[in-house]
Design a protein around this ligand. Structure first.
Ligand code: HEC
Length: 473
C-alpha cells in the first residue's frame, strides 16, 4: 500500500485542529458580514432612491467602506490563510475536497471575482453614479456574495452529511446533501443578523447625521433582524438532518460540544431578545457600545456554532470517508500489519531530545495518529488525560481507542508502535527522565495485539451502521 504521507506542521501548545478552527471562525464571521451587508445595502439603496429614507444614501457610502475594509481585507487574508493552514495540518482532507468538488470551487471563485469587481467599482465610483447604476452594482454584488455562500455551503455541509455521495460518488449527490438547505438558510439568517448589528455600529460612528436621522436608520436596519425568528426552526431542521451520533455529542454526549452549543444558543437568544423587545418592539435607540456588544455576542454565537459543527464530525473530517487523522477506514488493517509510520519519511522535530529509538517511534506515531486532536502536554494533552492510568490500562484503552471514546478513530498501527506510544506518555508524565529502558516484552506485544483484534478496525459509527444493515437484511 502506498500511503500518502504529508509533512505536517506543529503549532506548539495548541492542537492543529484548533488552529484551523480558530481561523475558520473569524473567516466565517467576516464572510457572513459581507453577504448580509450586500443584502442590507440593496435595501438601503432602495430606501434612498424611493425617497423613503433620506439619510440612507450617506449611510450607504460609509457602511460600504466598512464592508470593503473588513470583509475584503480580513476576509481575503483569512481565506488564503485557511488554504495555507489546511495543507499543513490535513493535506489529505483538503485534497479530497478539491478532488471531489473542483468544479464547484471553480464556480465559487467566478462569483468571488464578480464580488470583488462590483465591490471595487461601487467603492471607487459609487458616490458619482446615478441610482440605477448604483442599484445594479449592489444587486450584482449581493448575488455574487450570496452565491459564494451557496457553493461553499454545499462542500462544508457535505463533510458532515455526505449522504448518497458515499455510495454513488456523484457530485450533485454530495453537493445537495441532507444538511445543505437547513445550513444554507441558517447561514443566510446569521448573515443578515450580523449585517444589521454591524450597521448599528457604523451608524453610531457617523457624526454627520443628527440623532433623529440615526434613530431612523437604526430602525430600518433592525428590520434585518426579523428573520432571526426562524432560527429555532432552522436549527431544529439542521439537527434533524445530521447523523444521530453527531447529534448526541452536541446534546449532552460530549461536555465540550454541549457547552459550545449552549454558548451559541444563549448568545443568539440574547441578541434575539434585544432585537424583538428593544429594537422592534419599543423602538429603542442603540448606542455604539451596545451595538458593539451585540456584535461581540454574534461573534460568540458564530464561534460556538462553528465549533460544534466541526466538533460533531469526529472521528471524521469527511464522514465515512476519511478519519480526522487523514487515515481511511480501509487502510487501518494494513497499517496495523506493517506499522503506521514505517514508511513515513518525515523526521520528527527535536528528534535528539528523545532518550531512545522507541520513544522517537512513539513520538512519530503520536504525530501521525493523535496530533490533530491532542498535544502531549498542552491542550487536550495525553499526559493530562492518561498520565495517571496504569500501564496496562493505557495499553488497553489505546488499543480499543474507538471504544474508549466513540469520537476517536480506531488505532491504526502495530502492537510495537502502540507500546512505543505508551512508553512515550509515561516518559513525558515522569518529566522526561534521562534513563528510560526499552520495553520489549513479547508477552506485552501479544496482549496488545489481542486487544487490537478485539477492537476491530472499524470506527464505532461504521460498526453500528454495519450492525443495522445486517439487522435489516
Ligand atoms: C478526532 C480527534 C481525536 C483523535 C484523532 C484522537 N483523539 Fe483521543 N480524544 C479526543 C477527544 C476530543 C477526547 C476527549 C477529551 C476529554 O474528555 O476532555 C479524547 C480523549 C482521549 C483519552 C482520554 C479518554 C478517557 O476515557 O478519558 C485518551 C487516553 C486519548 N484520547 C488518547 C488518544 C490517542 C493515543 C490517540 C492517537 C492514537 C488519540 N487519542 C486520537 C479526540 C481525539
Amino acid at each position: 500500500m502506498d500511503f500518502p504521507y504529508y509533512p505536517v506542521n506543529d503549532f506548539g501548545p495548541v492542537i492543529k485542529g484548533m488552529v484551523i478552527g480558530g481561523l475558520g471562525i473569524v473567516h466565517v464571521f467576516v464572510a457572513q458580514f459581507a453577504i448580509g451587508g450586500g443584502l442590507l445595502m440593496c435595501y438601503f439603496q432602495w430606501l434612498a432612491q424611493s425617497g423613503r429614507c433620506e439619510p440612507a444614501r450617506r449611510f450607504l457610502d460609509g457602511y460600504f467602506k466598512a464592508i470593503v475594509l473588513i470583509s475584503f481585507v480580513i476576509g481575503a487574508l483569512t481565506g488564503v490563510g485557511m488554504w495555507l493552514i489546511t495543507i499543513q495540518t490535513s493535506a489529505r482532507t483538503i485534497g479530497l475536497m478539491v478532488d471531489a468538488f473542483h468544479w464547484i470551487w471553480l464556480i465559487e471563485w467566478t462569483f468571488f471575482v464578480l464580488e470583488i469587481i462590483t465591490g471595487y467599482a461601487f467603492y471607487r465610483y459609487g458616490p458619482r453614479l446615478d441610482d440605477r447604476a448604483r442599484m445594479t452594482l449592489l444587486v450584482l454584488y449581493s448575488i455574487a456574495a450570496w452565491f459564494s455562500l451557496f457553493w461553499v455551503n454545499g462542500i462544508l455541509s457535505w463533510q458532515l452529511t455526505p449522504g448518497e455521495w458515499t455510495a454513488t460518488k456523484n457530485l450533485w449527490d454530495g453537493f445537495f446533501n441532507p444538511s445543505f438547505w437547513p445550513s444554507l438558510l441558517f447561514r443566510t439568517v446569521t448573515s443578515m443578523t450580523t449585517a444589521a448589528l454591524a450597521a448599528c455600529v457604523v451608524i453610531n460612528t457617523m457624526t454627520a447625521h443628527d440623532r433623529h436621522q440615526r434613530v431612523t436608520l437604526i430602525h430600518r436596519a433592525s428590520h434585518f433582524l426579523v428573520p432571526m425568528a426562524a432560527m429555532p426552526l432552522l436549527g431544529i431542521w439542521y439537527f434533524a438532518a445530521i447523523p444521530p451520533d453527531s447529534r448526541s455529542w452536541a446534546l449532552g454526549g460530549s461536555a465540550a460540544m454541549t457547552l459550545f452549543l449552549g454558548l451559541a444558543i444563549g448568545a443568539s437568544l440574547l441578541i434575539g431578545l434585544y432585537a424583538f423587545v428593544g429594537l422592534l418592539g419599543k423602538k429603542l435607540y442603540i448606542n455604539a457600545a451596545t451595538a458593539a456588544l451585540l456584535c461581540a455576542l454574534a461573534l460568540a454565537a458564530t464561534a460556538g456554532g462553528e465549533f460544534v459543527r466541526e466538533g460533531v464530525r469526529k472521528p471524521y473530517t469527511i464522514r465515512e470517508a476519511l478519519f480526522s487523522n487523514s487515515i481511511t477506514e480501509s487502510e487501518v488493517a494494513e497499517l496495523r500489519r506493517i506499522g503506521s509510520v514505517t514508511n513515513d519519511p518525515f523526521p520528527i522535530r527535536d528528534a535528539g531530545s528523545y532518550r531512545s529509538d522507541q520513544l522517537r517511534l512513539g513520538a512519530k506515531v503520536f504525530r501521525f495518529q493523535c496530533g490533530v486532536c491532542h498535544t502531549i502536554n498542552g491542550v487536550n494533552g495525553l499526559v493530562h488525560l492518561a498520565g495517571s492510568w496504569r500501564t496496562d490500562q493505557k495499553r488497553m484503552n489505546i488499543a480499543k481507542l474507538q471504544h474508549t471514546k466513540a469520537f476517536m478513530p480506531p488505532f491504526a498501527g502495530s502492537a510495537e508502535e502502540l507500546e512505543a506510544l505508551v512508553q512515550l506518555i509515561e516518559w513525558e508524565t515522569e518529566k522526561r527522565p534521562p534513563r528510560w529502558p526499552d520495553s520489549v516484552d513479547p508477552g506485552v506485544t501479544a496482549q496488545i495485539q489481542q486487544w487490537l483484534d478485539e477492537a476491530g478496525t472499524a470506527s464505532v459509527t461504521a460498526q453500528s451502521r454495519l450492525a443495522s444493515q445486517r439487522g435489516s437484511d
